[in-house]
Design a protein around this ligand. Structure first.
Ligand code: TYM
Length: 333
């Protein structure tokens, strides 16, 4: 993919730390696919980010390939977009080091994801976990991205990216484009089906809380049928009805129906009918993705071809920005 003058640049990434969830899909990946015709899109598997939490090496290798095939199966098209693996492009780690020196301890200390993950992995609060937002800022700024499609949980990291970019530009002139987060109206924060006060997450301890992209239809239906609701037995979006609100949001994101239309559709019906309808809509949305994934994952040579080629192009584009940065800072080139 060549960058053209007129199209804006989109950059986003996902951690290949386990299977991709319905939250990742509705919050981010689905928009990556939609944006491909209008923008010059650059997407990455953020595998460097993944080792901020301890990984099993063999499992990590499998997860990376699985995630690569899964994202392609969602519709990220390597003919239209650049889709590479972060660790294959060495400019990311180099840029992260430079940006670390333009990011304040206080700023990183305020990141809610750092605070959450520190609690969760209290035995391994490593420096990488702390400086992770500088690596993420580098990912985005290397490609001079205009827009960054993400779920709501990444908003704070994008704001910090903008602050770092502005700080750097303030010292050295206009080096970085200031990016903008692109957060969907619907699906930006999909919650756990078992504890709707928590974000749906790969690491949910309750297996029924999280729907995975590659779950079979039977498993998806089971998870939705067991979803936590409330005792009111009325499908309406309201404060305190977190479980129902979450199911309505998912149904709306998948079908395109408004919340009012959903209330009307299920007026007088119980939660059983509603949960079945949400489950079926999700099954139909994910069915073609799973089928395409099954084909792609068998063809390792093709996958390798795709990520190898993409890494070469990503290196070329990102080296331009990194070169400029190194020169501005004062390194001998
Ligand atoms: P990650 O891997 O946690 O998530 C990938 C994307 O999925 C979104 N997401 C959700 N959206 C809605 N509901 C949910 N429950 C949900 N869970 C996750 C995330 O907001 C994200 O858009 N740091 C990033 C990866 C990254 C990145 C980047 C993103 C590395 N470099 C540069 C953008 C630009 C992360 O851990 O995402």
């Amino acid at each position: 993919m060549e960058q053209t003058e007129k199209k804006q640049v989109v950059f986003s990434a996902i951690q290949p730390s386990g299977t991709i969830t319905l939250g990742n899909y509705l919050g981010a990946v689905r928009n990556w696919v939609k944006m491909q015709d209008e923008y010059d899109c650059i997407y990455a598997l953020a595998d460097l980010h993944t080792i901020t939490v301890r990984q099993n090496p063999a499992q990590m290798r499998r997860n990376i390939l699985d995630a690569y095939a899964s994202i392609m199966a969602c519709g990220v098209d390597v003919e239209k977009s650049l889709f590479f693996i972060q660790s294959h492009v060495h400019t990311h780690a180099e840029m992260a080091w430079v940006l670390n020196c333009y990011t304040q301890f206080g700023e990183l200390s305020r990141m809610t994801q750092f605070k959450d993950k520190s609690k969760k992995h209290a035995d391994n609060i490593n420096a990488g976990l702390f400086t992770y937002p500088a690596l993420m800022a580098g990912d985005i700024l290397l490609y001079q991205a205009d827009k960054v499609p993400v779920g709501a949980d990444q908003k704070q990291h994008i704001e910090l990216t903008c602050d770092i970019a502005k700080r750097f530009n303030g010292i050295y002139g206009d080096v970085f484009k200031i990016p903008e987060g692109f957060i969907p109206k619907n699906g930006a924060r999909v919650m756990s089906l078992q504890n709707p006060l928590n974000k749906m997450s790969k690491s949910d301890e309750n297996v029924n809380g999280c729907v995975h992209l590659l779950d079979t239809p039977e498993v998806i239906m089971r998870k939705f049928k067991r979803a936590v609701t409330d005792s009111e037995a009325c499908v309406r979006y309201a404060e305190g009805k977190d479980g129902v609100n979450n199911l309505m949001t998912i149904y709306s994101a998948v079908t395109g129906k408004s919340l009012d239309a959903i209330e009307a559709e299920f007026a007088g019906k119980g939660y059983g009918d509603f949960k079945t309808a949400v489950g079926e809509a999700v099954v139909e949305e994910l069915r073609p993705i799973r089928e395409r994934y099954e084909q792609l994952i068998r063809d390792k040579a093709y996958l390798e071809d795709c990520y190898r080629q993409a890494a070469g192009v990503a290196l070329k584009i990102s080296s331009r920005t990194l070169g400029k940065v190194m020169k501005k800072v004062g390194f001998v080139r």
